[in-house]
Ligand binder design. Structure first.
Ligand code: GRF
Length: 186
């Protein structure tokens, strides 16, 4: 089976990148991670990508248009057909998303459409929600608002801390992202 050339965009820790990489190495995986892009040179995930000999690029430019055009050229050259955002903290422009319409997906640590944006776990706990979880969704030009591909719901524990909840959700994220990709391509 010909694998789908995939780029992973990161900004930090990169634990979802790790889980996607491990998944991509399995025979049943429809994707091959061909490129890792980071907007943060010192991201731990970027180090990991290099250790795994993944083609890793760091680009920075105050002018978002220039940066994205450089990136688009590279993606085109490497025949990237899927972009997975994994803790990528920059908002992509309308133009960029249009060019990769329906081919950019993201993982978010909440049960979307609830708790878009940052500090999800803190807000979930403040509002005494009974459930939280994570969502893999398509990326459109509105923050955390594209069509949902897959979601995992977990129960919030009594007196749970932000740290504990984020840890438990993260464990689910690592399973959900590969599952969502499998769903998309099967
Ligand atoms: C994850 O919780 C992800 O859902 C969110 O940012 C975090 C990134 O973690 N978008 P990591 O860099 O993949 O470890």
């Amino acid at each position: 089976m010909k694998k789908i050339y995939t780029a992973v965009f990161i900004s930090g820790r990169g634990s979802n990148l790790k889980s996607l990489y491990n998944f991509s190495k399995k025979k049943i995986s429809p994707i091959k991670i061909d490129l890792v892009f980071s907007n943060n040179k010192s991201a731990a995930g970027f180090k990991y990508a290099k250790e795994k000999n993944l083609y890793s690029i760091y680009l920075s430019d105050k002018n978002i248009k220039i940066l994205e055009n450089k990136l688009l050229k590279i993606l085109k050259k490497r025949k990237i057909k899927l972009i997975c955002l994994a803790g990528f903290m920059k908002v992509l422009s309308y133009n960029f998303i249009k060019k990769y319409k329906g081919k950019i997906i993201n993982i978010h640590p909440s049960l979307l459409p609830k708790y878009k944006g940052l500090n999800t776990h803190k807000r979930v706990l403040q509002n005494k929600e009974a459930y939280s979880g994570c969502t893999v969704h398509f990326v459109n030009h509105k923050l955390d608002s594209g069509k949902i591909i897959l979601q995992k719901k977990i129960k919030v524990l009594r007196n749970e801390s932000i740290k504990k909840l984020s840890k438990r959700v993260l464990i689910e994220e690592h399973k959900l992202y590969p599952k969502a990709i499998t769903k998309l391509f099967s």
